[in-house]
Design a protein around this ligand. Sequence first.
Ligand SMILES: [Zn+2]
Length: 295
Amino acid sequence: MQGFCELCKNYSQLEESHFIPKFIGKWVKKTSITSFLRNLDDMSKRVQDTAKEYWLCGDCEDLFSGWETKFANEIFFPFVEKGESVANYGEWMSKFCASISWRTLTYTRSQKLNEGRSKEYYEALNSAEKHLANYVLGKIDNLNQYEQHVFPLPEIDSTTYDGLPPNINRYFLRTLQMGVIGDFTDLTDLFVYTKVPSFIILGCIKAKDLPKMRSSRIALKSGTISPRKYWWPSGFAKYVLEQADTVNHSFNNMPQEHIDKIEKAIADNPEKAANSKLIEAFLHDYALFEDKVFK
Ligand SMILES: [Zn+2]
């Protein structure tokens, strides 16, 4: 299909590509139990992991895939498969995160998910999108206010906080989500939110407490991701927990015939079930909440 590439704006042959990198959706499917349980995962992330469109030219697609491969091999798989929690990164990481935030912004716009907001809101989003595009294309070498932040999400087996939804581990470790979050009225805080298994990538559009967020900031040239004290912007934790809770409701309202199918899938192939990452996340939830996970 011929058209204008969304990123470089050149008219050329467009390729069908994913908004959230394809290897992530593939990993979620691979680590589910059955094709049916795959749909269960889908309920929680809606259709976003499979969302794809003809929107990038071959050159831009290649640019993205280089950074994706680095992130996949040096951070994502070591964390989700081997349980590692420390990783060093080079310049590719800030490019990767900027490309993810740019993709989420483009997706949000293409889905018309943010209609009916103020002129200033759209201007802020447009400026962010342009700046991120110029950064990933190498036309500018600084992110300025559009800093990229990464929050690794651990498995939670114990907590002193009693407001956690009983599927928090499944939300942290399994779901995918994209959106723009923050304060939509006075626009003092506005972020691009991309949730993938075990990580949140947060792109700043406007952040009133930017200096406090240093610990999660991705350095432009090189840095380390490691367990540390992360500072979450105001309202951010509440938003994340609400998202987990929304996902929980769709699980709770599952029809009996679906529950029967899951039980049968586990009975038919217990070994695969025992090794699946979905069950692993579920067991972390069970460790935390015991019987409440079934409610
Ligand atoms: Zn292009």
